[in-house]
Design a protein. Structure first.
Length: 265
């Protein structure tokens, strides 16, 4: 008799423990997911406020209207048009820097050499650089997990944003434009990249006077400016825009970091 009572008591304790565990897990997950949407907005607004002259709350509202409540694979670049208009910026003529397969190197450079400006150094790209976000039909939330990946679908929330922002940045290009490419690759330039397919074709003369390619490698053994893929750039480049190229090592680039604009390559 006593033994069966003990067994019943043991079963009850186990069931209660499991139920309590499930409740705690649900609460933690709920809080984490709940915090994410607010955290994303907070990050967006905090980053926006590092740029002068923008109504960051309004910018956030314009931004989220592009994707909230929608299938995250049916957000087109044009859906971000209102945000692009609200995040207009003064183009840094002669100081705009494009890049491809050199994200870490180029941003380490522009961080030390504020003379040059990448898309991610403007409010347009800076507010969401390195972030993932999407919406969902029937929800007013911004999700940062469970979103489609870059190659999962053509019109996905993040990829459409970068395609549209890159159009705006390239359309603003003026004067001498620089592009940092990766000399460690057999083909430093790809016409399929955002730089190759979206930005380069948008450089127009006489607004853009020169395109200077910076081919950066870790050592001198990388690709140089005679690389065949770079010839494609010259073929694509609009008539009237002068092309130049310089291969340099990351160490040489490092020495440029503290020099004023333009007298480094
Ligand atoms: O000129 C720059 C800049 O202005 C930007 O707007 O576009 C140009 C860089 O794009 P790109 O020429 O396509 O160069 P990448 O290095 O191939 O890709 C740039 C970024 O797009 C990558 O760093 C990825 O961003 P992430 O994840 O590092 O924050 C993203 N990307 C491109 N292809 C991807 C991808 N992410 C995941 N999967 C892929 N296949």
């Amino acid at each position: 008799m006593a033994r069966s009572l003990d067994r019943k008591r043991c079963i009850i304790v186990t069931v209660v423990t499991v139920v309590l565990l499930i409740i705690v897990l649900g609460l933690v997950l709920g809080l984490t997911l709940r915090r994410d949407p607010e955290q994303f907005e907070t990050t967006f607004i905090d980053r926006c406020e590092t740029f002068e002259g923008y109504d960051c709350k309004k910018l956030w509202t314009t931004f989220e209207q592009a994707y909230v409540g929608r299938d995250p694979c049916k957000v087109t670049p044009e859906d971000y048009d209102p945000f692009i208009a609200a995040a207009s910026f003064k183009p840094a003529c002669d100081r705009m820097m494009f890049w491809s397969k050199t994200k870490d190197v180029v941003h380490a450079f522009t961080e030390k050499n504020p003379c040059f400006v990448t898309l991610e150094d403007t409010v347009l790209g800076g507010v969401v650089d390195g972030l993932t976000w999407c919406g969902k039909e029937g929800s007013s939330e911004t999700f940062t997990i469970g979103c489609p990946g870059w190659t999962d679908c053509e019109n996905n929330t993040v990829r459409s944003f970068w395609n549209r922002a890159s159009v705006a940045f390239a359309d603003a290009a003026c004067g001498d434009v620089t592009a940092m490419l990766n000399g460690a690759l057999d083909t430093p330039f790809s016409s399929a990249s955002i730089f190759g397919s979206i930005e380069l074709p948008r450089f127009t003369s006489p607004k853009v006077k020169r395109l200077h390619i910076l081919l950066v490698s870790q050592t001198n053994s990388g690709a140089n400016c005679t690389n065949a893929s770079l010839q494609e750039i010259q073929k694509t480049l609009s008539a009237g825009i002068t092309y130049s190229c310089k291969d340099m090592t990351e160490a040489q680039l490092q020495q440029c970091s503290h020099k004023p604009c333009g007298n480094c390559w």
